[in-house]
Design a protein around this ligand. Structure first.
Ligand SMILES: Cc1ncc(COP(=O)(O)O)c(C=O)c1O
Length: 388
């Protein structure tokens, strides 16, 4: 008999009832060190007092207001995002997938308003942009799209990081190039800074818009507020979600005024998008994460974790091949099945996440302490030992 919850996930037999910082506490009282953070969502840890205060203060005032009215909390979040990024304007969503949908619509609308027939969007293999029909068409991965056709047309999938293929494909029919600066689900694969600059150049040369999906790599995860800042270039449109809500469902599309030119009243909408509860939390997250002192700490801790992981890889050459990633968005390239390591991790009371390309993902809360980093690597060491 089918479970009451639609069985689209292979779930571990663990249920959590509360959390404290980098710790998730199961219903049987076991404390797990959380290096998954809800897949890069709990950026400020579980039950962060500043976020609990922001949410409960707002909950006592007003929960929901339609976008038919002014929403000061939404404006505050948008102001913060604009102040700290390339963007001139923001549409608030509830998830990364919804951000992908709007990013695609916005790019196509931009060209249609100019009266040009440019609807093609270039994406990369291994990409993950969400599970809506548009987002799976954009990603193109066999596992994601099988059986869900006919797919939305207009996407061309290029080999990951292949700049020659991009140069050959981009042209007068290209509406946009869409990519993750660091592929997350695809296996923590950063695009080298020089290549991201090349993508920007090719977009500038052809007029194509650059859409960056920073749903996983954004909000301080790589040690900059957004990963593209490392390369010194900016997109025209950017998708954000996950960490921006710190655990409350929240996403956003950020855009330049030019890229957003087609999105007049009536062209897009959302009942919940920009909800005061979500935006009150998101604004607090932004205030904390955009602080240069906070980001400096992320970088310092990332250096510490990376150093310890390099030693872990050296100590278990039969289990691990390499460390990769940026900041606290790290991957361990494995010689065993990552899912087996995740399982061994459960036995050592540590949470990790598998990714594509044989990689184990480590996405701890950005607030993880030095002592917790040391503890995490000891637990990973014991988990690897179980597989030798
Ligand atoms: C890069 C990227 N884009 C988009 C999404 C979709 O976000 P959501 O699951 O919030 O819809 C994800 C989720 O994992 C992601 O990692």
């Amino acid at each position: 008999m089918i479970s009451h919850v639609l069985p689209t996930y292979n779930r571990a037999p663990i249920a959590f009832e509360r959390g404290e910082g980098a710790w998730a506490i199961a219903t049987d009282g076991t404390r797990y060190l959380d290096l998954g953070a809800g897949i890069a969502v709990n950026a400020l840890g579980h039950a962060n007092p500043a976020l609990v205060a922001a949410l409960t203060e707002q909950a006592g005032r007003i929960w929901h207001v339609s976008n038919l009215y002014q929403i000061p909390e939404q404006e505050r979040l948008a102001d913060l995002l604009v102040a700290h990024t390339f963007a001139d304007t923001v549409f608030v969503t509830n998830s990364g997938t919804e951000a992908a949908e709007l990013a695609i619509k916005m790019a196509r609308k931009y060209w249609s308003e100019k009266g040009e027939d440019r609807s093609e969007i270039l994406t990369f293999e291994g990409a993950f942009h969400g599970r809506s029909t548009g987002a799976i068409a954009a990603s193109g991965g066999e596992k994601m799209v099988k059986g869900f056709g006919p797919l939305m047309p207009g996407f061309v999938h290029l080999p990951w990081g292949d700049m020659d293929a991009l140069e050959a494909a981009i042209g007068p029919r290209t509406a946009a190039v869409m990519l993750e600066p660091v592929q997350g689900e695809g296996g923590i694969r950063p695009l080298p800074d020089a290549d991201l600059r090349r993508v920007r150049e090719l977009c500038d040369r052809t007029g194509a818009l650059l859409i960056l999906d920073e749903v996983q790599s954004g909000m301080g995860r790589t040690g900059k507020l957004f990963a593209h800042e490392w390369a010194g270039v900016t997109p025209d449109i950017m998708m954000v979600a996950k960490g921006i809500g710190g655990g409350f469902p929240l996403g956003a599309v950020l855009a330049t005024e030019a890229a957003a030119a087609g999105m007049a009243a009536g062209t897009h909408g959302s009942t919940y998008g920009g909800n005061p509860l979500a935006c009150a939390v998101g604004a607090r997250v932004m205030e904390i994460v955009a602080d240069p002192a906070f980001l400096a700490e992320v970088n310092r801790k990332a250096g510490l974790l990376r150093q310890k992981l390099e030693a872990l890889v050296a100590a278990h050459p039969e289990v691990f091949a390499a460390v990769r990633g940026q900041g606290l968005m790290l991957g361990l390239k494995c010689k065993v099945a990552p899912a087996d390591l995740v399982k061994a991790g459960y036995a050592e009371h540590i949470l990790t996440v598998p990714a594509g390309d044989g990689v184990l993902r480590l996405l701890p809360p950005l607030t993880i302490t030095d002592a917790e980093i040391a503890e995490a690597v000891q637990r990973l060491d014991r988990a690897a030992g179980r597989l030798e």
